[in-house]
Design a binder for this molecule. Structure first.
Ligand code: NIG
Ligand code: FE
Length: 414
């Protein structure tokens, strides 16, 4: 008979396992979930437990019918930055476009200026406020990009700050080098010289210090051309790093096909992506990361082609894109709502987009579903059905968060 085989077990739960291929949400009622050594050791109906919960684990939590989902994963953020761009928001409301502001030296470059002047500790302090709001909603893994330094020293400083966040909060942070985000002022009209610097100095330094897991770029009229992005991606591949791309956000640049050509983990934004690009993503196994916050905040009207992603079997992830210019949000739950209201995704698709498919977009095969052997990253919710996670606007029903089997947040329920 098993006696305290597991570290911890949650009983009387409804589970949204988010396992692929089953019914919507992978729902299991009257269920239990046990963890051992930071992993899910057992998941199923309580009636099928090998013994009484008390004999199975030292620590037993009766959640009284609450819902458990995988810990949420925000797979595309620019969370580390300094200052904000509320003044540009005012300019846009008076008629200037995001591109107009970028071309006149504002936009990304104004945040570059603020980040270059900030110390690493300033970046950590300013970013912690944003991170804490995300974590309170059940987020257990976050991707954070550089890209507001655009010189070796500042890109490295940003990535150090991102890594530092993981030492002071219970979260896994996946870092991405986004040196090809914009052309810095000192290289104005000399994009190729900047890319020489990026490929010969910046990226090798980031690699040498193991500061980034992946490499991203902004393929756009106000960013870099397909050929320039190709140079960056070739260098990344040479250094053994996977890539992802800000693709087809403001115009159709065949960005999705470019990402697929380099075996990208994800192509992100994708409002203007054409059908051939979607087919190429499907063939390459590239995940589509949709960012409804940026779509909303920039007042876009062209929706990403969700129907083609479904038709071609491209996995769809959803993320905040948390950044000061196009998506100043720290609510992943609000993105679930917007993915449904603005992009017509179903609540089940939206939740898969911040769990199983977000894990896939980050190349993390060890999380994103409630399955035996997966990391025990969980969120517990005071809801009556998982569709509520996408339904509410501005509510936070998260009542507990578990990371690698350890309880990191609890909210008393009376
Ligand atoms: O994902 N498009 C490029 N990068 C960000 C915006 C960055 C900024 O405006 O600061 C995005 O939308
Ligand atoms: Fe982005």
């Amino acid at each position: 008979m098993p006696i305290e085989t597991w570290d911890r077990v949650w009983t009387n739960a409804s589970l949204a396992t988010m396992v692929e291929g089953g019914a919507a949400y992978g729902i299991e009622h009257k269920a239990a979930l046990a963890v051992a050594g930071g992993r899910i050791a057992w998941v199923g109906r309580m009636a099928d437990l090998p013994d009484s919960a008390e004999r199975c684990a030292l620590d037993v939590h009766d959640v009284g019918g609450a819902w458990i989902t995988p810990g949420l994963i925000d797979c595309h953020t620019h969370l580390v930055y300094a200052g904000n761009r509320a003044h540009e928001f005012e300019q846009r409301l008076q008629g200037a476009s995001y591109e107009d502001i970028a071309r006149s030296g504002g936009g990304i470059l104004s945040t570059v200026d603020a980040v270059r002047r900030a110390s690493e500790q300033d970046l950590v302090d300013q970013s912690l406020t944003r991170l804490d709001t995300l974590l309170a909603e059940g987020v257990t893994t976050i991707e954070i990009k550089s890209g507001y330094g655009l010189d070796t020293q500042t890109e490295v400083k940003m990535l150090h700050a991102a890594r530092a966040l993981a030492r002071v909060r219970p979260v896994d942070i996946v870092t991405t080098f986004l040196g090809a985000h914009a052309l810095p002022e000192e290289f104005q009209n000399r994009p190729d010289s900047y890319l020489d610097r990026l490929c010969d100095e910046m990226l090798p330094e980031v690699r040498a210090q193991s500061l980034a897991n992946t490499v991203d770029a902004f393929c756009e009229g106000i960013g870099f051309s397909n050929q320039q992005v190709g140079r960056v991606f070739s260098k990344a591949s040479e250094l053994g790093m996977r890539v992802k791309l800000h693709a087809d956000q403001l115009s159709d640049r065949n960005g999705a096909a470019l990402a697929a050509k380099y075996g990208a983990l994800s192509a992100d934004h994708l409002e203007y992506t054409n059908e051939a690009g979607v087919a190429a993503m499907a063939a390459a196994g590239t995940t589509a990361v949709l960012l409804p916050g940026a779509f909303y905040f920039l007042g876009e009207t062209r929706r990403p082609p969700v129907h083609w992603f479904r038709e071609y079997g491209v996995a769809i992830a959803v993320a905040t894109d948390c950044n000061p210019g196009s998506s100043p949000t720290t609510s992943l739950l609000l993105m679930l709502n917007m993915a449904c209201t603005l992009f017509r995704m179903t609540p089940d698709e939206a939740l898969a987009g911040v769990t199983r498919h977000a894990a896939r977009a980050l190349g993390l095969g060890d999380r994103g579903t409630l399955e035996r052997g997966k990391r025990a990253d969980l969120a517990i919710w005071s809801i009556a059905h998982p569709a509520e996670l996408a339904y509410h606007i501005g509510a936070n029903p998260c009542r507990a968060v578990i990371r690698a089997g350890e309880i990191v947040k609890t909210v008393e329920v009376v």
